[in-house]
Design a protein around this ligand. Structure first.
Ligand code: THU
Length: 132
């Protein structure tokens, strides 16, 4: 199946509008694409106890997983920063566990047409797993 990276990036940009980031003011949106064509979005949610903050990628992933979605083939992440936001280490671990075959599309919200493409496996080589 040909993946429409522009559409997925647009979905991540839309999800970003839901960001709850009163502390950093750094809005991040993510969108997952399943093999059957469903798109699930999420955005970062921050806490006054900063360490409780949850990234957009994990919010999208947890939403999708707890709605019974699986077989993720791509994820897009969008924020307002040059070249777009790379997923943090924690999100790379979760994506590696639950979306190992996914492509990763990254874009700056001010320049959605410029999309950088990676893979989940490429972003976290030699990952820790319990299930091979
Ligand atoms: N953030 C994400 O949503 N995804 C990442 O991969 C890295 C960081 C969020 C967390 C926090 O709300 C804000 O960006 C600043 O770190």
């Amino acid at each position: 199946m040909k993946i429409d990276s522009k559409k997925l990036v647009a979905a991540a940009a839309q999800a970003r509008l839901g960001s709850v980031s009163p502390y950093s003011k750094f809005k991040v949106g993510a969108a997952l694409l399943t093999k059957s064509g469903e798109i699930i979005g999420g955005a970062n949610v921050e806490s006054a106890s900063y360490g409780l903050t949850c990234c957009a990628e994990r919010i999208a992933l947890f939403k999708a997983l707890t709605d019974g979605k699986k077989n993720f083939i791509a994820v897009a992440v969008v924020a307002r920063c040059d070249a777009g936001p790379m997923p943090c280490g924690a999100c790379r671990q979760l994506l590696r566990e639950y979306a190992p075959e996914a492509k990763v599309f990254i874009a700056d919200s001010d320049d959605l047409k410029c999309i950088r493409t990676f893979t989940v496996k490429g972003l976290l080589p030699s990952a820790f797993t319990l299930v091979p």
